[in-house]
Ligand binder design. Structure first.
Ligand code: P53
Length: 481
């Protein structure tokens, strides 16, 4: 197939503050929920502790030390030819106590330096305002987004950074993977305070209360919409997007029950939040879901108007995998730390059980563009794998290159059909801490970071084989894979 990537296509990579920066206690930063998460593995869940425990390793506290090494890292992204780089601002660097009267200048200065460094190389920053790191102070004082006060705190934070960086940053995202809040395991990312320490996902210690969770999610929608309106008033050229974790779903069989079930699950998990944020109102199936589950969402007097006014300019999403849906119990299931489904007999899975499905990306792009007709950006995609050095001291990560080639070809196919896809930021261009498991061993990068699961290592950066490969891809604008 011809190369269909537009001339100005935004090639790049994506990270998040809590998985990369480290420096958790530096320059006045306050603790965030991600600072309270321990390291796990594929079969050992990450724990969330309400206070920091001695003799416990919290990977976010050091992460890969991007806070001190950003210049070196950005120089390597520039060498690969990045046009865009997605990163997040740690809210707790700007408002360490959530409700401080003044923002923390040291935190503001740090991101200003980072954005200027990116601009030096003509790399557009794409900034996520909140990536799974609500300040602990806000969880403790206000129970996170369950309290409407947190809407104001977030909007104030957004206003502070959007004003400060209005000439440095054009692309913004409000909340990372907001639809994680639809899951019973999504309480933490909404800032809802658990009663006791427990697993980050699926904690039996802390039962889920859907009434509280969906109210918090509603408040988050309102905060997001207000931020969109505010952002446009600060700089009309801002492009502000939402961000959805898209877990593409297929019926396991052509049995009508499987097909219907797939549709219902897809709507409630993949489409609900995007519908609110892109169309500006609650979709019928969500209202029905609330009805059936006895959930009552309390709207503030202006919420309906705010949601309508604050629809996003672009729709962005993460895409890692697909799985199947079946009405039968007893079918074989996939692994996956957040949400799993029935195994697809036609797909292989990563070492962490995530089913690799490049065609599913084109399928998803058709689906989303047809639904929203907004510019789309894939802001996370990639393969988490164990990397080993060969005798020559090199990492020959052909498996990663193959994964990315297949997904880029799928993007090309969707572009060929006329989908308005404007950019691609693969996840973790430099190895970072895994969000799901807290491991270092689950690596996504073109750049290896010398650090292990226990926090040992020099933190030195080493190029993998895929580094030169991605450079070539960007240089040829997706032609030369
Ligand atoms: P890791 C679970 C499943 C799919 C995507 O995930 C997820 C999660 C939550 O971790 O989140 C996104 O590192 C998230 C990133 C995360 C990335 O996926 O578990 O936005 O923070 O690192 C990959 O392999």
């Amino acid at each position: 197939m011809n190369n269909n990537f537009p001339k100005d296509f935004l090639w790049g990579g994506a990270i998040a503050a809590n998985q990369a920066e480290g420096a958790a206690f530096e320059d006045g930063k306050g603790l965030s929920i991600s600072d309270m998460m321990t390291a796990g593995s594929i079969n050992k869940p990450r724990m969330f502790t309400l206070s920091l425990k001695e003799d416990t390793y919290y990977p976010a506290h050091t992460a890969i030390d991007f806070y001190h090494r950003y210049k070196e890292d950005i120089a390597m992204f520039a060498e690969m030819g990045f046009k865009i780089f997605r990163l997040s601002i740690a809210w707790s660097r700007i408002f360490p106590n959530g409700d401080d009267t003044e923002p923390n200048e040291a935190g503001l200065k740090f991101y200003e330096n980072v954005f200027k460094e990116l601009r030096k190389y003509d790399i557009e920053p794409l900034v996520t305002l909140s990536h799974f790191d609500i300040p602990m102070a806000i969880m403790n004082k206000y129970n996170g987004f369950h309290n409407r006060k947190t809407i104001d705190l977030f909007v104030r934070y957004a206003e502070t950074v959007m004003n400060r960086y209005k000439d440095l940053v054009k692309y913004w995202l409000t909340f990372n993977e907001i639809n994680v809040g639809v899951l019973p395991t999504g309480n933490l990312v909404l800032g809802i305070k658990p009663e006791q320490d427990g697993e980050v996902f699926d904690s039996p210690n802390n039962p889920d209360n859907p009434q509280v969770r969906f109210q918090a999610l509603h408040n988050m929608f309102v905060a997001s919409a207000k931020t969109v309106v505010l952002g446009h008033s600060i700089n009309p050229n801002f492009l502000i997007g939402n961000m959805i974790a898209h877990f593409t779903m297929y019926p396991l069989t052509c049995k009508p029950e499987d097909i219907l079930l797939t549709k219902e699950k897809d709507l409630m998990f993949n489409k609900f939040c995007g519908d609110v944020q892109a169309k500006g109102f609650y979709p019928f199936y969500a209202l029905d879901y609330f009805d059936k589950n006895g959930i009552q969402i309390e709207f503030g007097p202006e919420d309906e108007e705010i949601l309508k006014a604050g629809t996003v300019d672009m729709y962005t999403f993460s895409y890692y995998m697909s799985f199947c849906v079946s009405g039968d119990s007893g079918v074989e299931m996939t692994l996956g730390n957040l949400l799993g489904g029935a195994k697809n007999p036609y797909l292989k899975a990563s070492e962490w059980g995530w089913q690799v499905d490049p065609e599913g990306l084109a399928y998803t792009l058709y689906d989303l563009y047809d639904r929203y007709q907004l510019p789309l950006m894939i802001v996370e995609n990639g393969l988490g794998a164990v990397d080993n050095f060969n005798e020559d001291g090199e990492i020959v990560d052909d498996y990663r290159i193959e994964y990315l080639i297949d997904h880029i070809q799928s993007m090309n196919r969707a572009l060929n059909q006329g989908v308005n896809l404007i950019g691609y930021t693969m996840w973790g261009p430099i190895d970072i801490i895994s969000g799901g498991t807290g491991e270092m061993k689950k690596r996504y990068g073109f750049i290896y970071v010398d650090r292990d699961n226990e926090g040992n290592g020099t933190l030195n950066r080493i190029k993998k084989k895929s580094f030169e490969w991605y450079k070539k891809v960007i240089k040829s604008n997706g032609e030369n894979l």
